[in-house]
Design a binder for this molecule. Structure first.
Ligand SMILES: NC(=O)C1=CN([C@@H]2O[C@H](COP(=O)(O)OP(=O)(O)OC[C@H]3O[C@@H](n4cnc5c(N)ncnc54)[C@H](OP(=O)(O)O)[C@@H]3O)[C@@H](O)[C@H]2O)C=CC1
Ligand SMILES: N[C@@H](CC=O)C(=O)O
Ligand code: NA
Length: 425
């Protein structure tokens, strides 16, 4: 059987998973593709860390060992980060090598440039692993939703934060302890700041928006809020109201405009997203024709993510056999403007403190009434410092009303709004 030689940059959590899968699933891969896949060369930073595979692959720090090897047709980039990963992929594409990447930071930031370069060089550039780890979501949207009009994509797309929130709410673990464990298990990025501050989920929502709506959205163009400021009081109150707190990404079509956001949200315990725990992810795709669909699975981890990398590699291999390389992974382009804050409506959970004195609650209700906003549930708890904590679930209100409410409360001075989380019923 003909061989296809692969090169790889990076041999950490995902790279090790890829190497293991190519070896353990060799027979299945050959049966599906008609080719035998062989990982020939792996570029790493510290070869001494990887001596256990030195007999299996050519382990090197030299990128030229990939670039100048004409036998290597497909390069897997699993080193992460934007630089020098971008320059490495550019070099590989210019050398007419197909590229498979798991790098959402890079694809969300410089994807359009790289896609154009791949096309110019008749190469494939695939990145299924970049969104929701092991869940086959990008190819599903590109292929299986090709004819439907997607109206919303929402989901839990970061394994680390979902792991932390699950451990905090179900095992009473501290935030710091749960984060350490997520790092140990290989879910978190090398620097977990992007995970906990929501940027990793933001990158994934930017990529999902391109696939779902055909529109180019950059992570700096929409609001991203992480879980690093989440208060245990709100996790507990969410549960008391019948909700669970999750970091949720939303990309929504509103009157032919697009709205994207990543933020903690209260998810009704009967909603399927509420059942998604630990490092698992789920993406709910709503289409005009099909209605709601849900894709669930591990969003992080070596082998699950490697499975997505391998699915890209088998696609590239089939394209090589059929001589159909060079087509964009996502063929849909339909530029759209952003939705106005008045158009985006949701229910919100508001958590506030106010002086525990007569008249303060009335001030709050007056401000809300003036903004034509109302609530469906409200709880007040006294604290020992003469303050009351008030937690509210509102009826539907627009983002513009919410922004006005925040400003009006700032003007009042005595009422502090700690958080305003979207409510998903
Ligand atoms: N971990 C996960 O669950 C998931 C990760 N991803 C993405 O996959 C990619 C890889 O993640 P992960 O495997 O966790 O990362 P790791 O930190 O575990 O591994 C990174 C690897 O890249 C190598 N490396 C770093 N810098 C260089 C360099 N300049 N030249 C050559 N090699 C380099 C490191 O080498 P050395 O070992 O020698 O130090 C290491 O082997 C990232 O883009 C990440 O966002 C996507 C989905 C899930
Ligand atoms: N750090 C990421 C890894 C997968 O993309 C996560 O926790 O989801
Ligand atoms: Na995926």
């Amino acid at each position: 059987m003909d061989e296809i030689k692969l090169g790889m940059v990076g041999l950490g959590t995902v790279g090790s998973g890829v190497l293991a899968m190519v070896q353990k699933h060799a027979a299945k891969i050959s049966a599906v593709t008609g080719r035998q896949l062989v990982v020939k060369t792996v570029v790493v930073k510290n070869p001494q860390k990887h001596q256990q595979v030195a007999d299996l692959v050519h382990l090197t720090t030299e990128l030229d060992d990939l670039l100048n090897d004409s036998e290597i047709k497909i390069v897997i980039e699993v080193m992460g980060g934007i630089h020098p990963a971008k320059e490495i992929i550019e070099q590989m594409l210019r050398a007419h090598k197909h590229v498979v990447s798991a790098n959402k930071d890079l694809i969300a930031t410089a994807g359009q440039e790289l896609i154009a370069l791949a096309k110019q060089n008749h190469c494939d550039l695939m990145y299924e692993a970049s969104v929701a780890g092991g869940i086959p979501i990008l190819r599903t949207i590109a292929d299986s939703f090709a004819a439907d009009q997607i109206t919303e994509v929402k989901g839990i797309v970061n394994g680390t934060t979902n792991y932390i929130l699950t451990q905090m709410s179900q095992s009473n673990r501290s935030y710091e302890d749960a984060l350490k464990q997520a790092q140990k298990l290989g879910f978190a990025e090398a620097d977990p700041t992007n995970d906990v501050q929501g940027r990793d989920a933001g990158y994934k929502m930017a990529i999902l928006s391109r696939f779902a709506f055909g529109t180019n959205v950059a992570v700096d163009q929409f609001k991203v809020t992480g879980i690093d400021q989440v208060d245990q009081v709100d996790v507990q109150q969410a549960a008391a109201f019948g909700y669970t707190l999750k970091l949720v990404g939303i990309a929504r079509l509103v009157d032919q405009r697009v709205f994207v956001e990543v933020a903690p949200a209260l998810v009704n315990i009967h909603h399927p997203l509420a059942q998604v725990n630990n490092e698992n992810n789920a993406v709910m795709v709503t289409g005009r024709a099909v209605g709601d669909t849900l894709f669930y699975g591990p969003g992080a981890g070596g082998l699950p993510t490697a499975n997505s990398v391998l699915s890209d590699i088998t696609t590239v291999t089939k394209n090589m056999i059929l001589k159909t390389n060079g087509n964009s992974f996502n063929g849909y382009s339909h530029p759209l403007p952003f939705a106005d804050a008045t158009m985006v409506k949701d229910c919100y959970y508001l958590s506030l403190t106010l002086p525990d004195q007569p008249g303060e609650m009335q001030k709050l209700t007056t401000v809300m009434a003036e903004l034509n906003a109302s609530f469906s549930q409200i709880v007040q708890k006294a604290s020992d410092q003469g303050e009351a904590r008030v937690m509210i679930i509102t009826h539907q209100m627009s983002k513009a009303q919410l922004n006005q409410l925040e400003l009006a409360l700032q003007d009042l001075g005595t009422i502090q709004l700690h958080c305003a989380y979207r409510v998903i019923n």
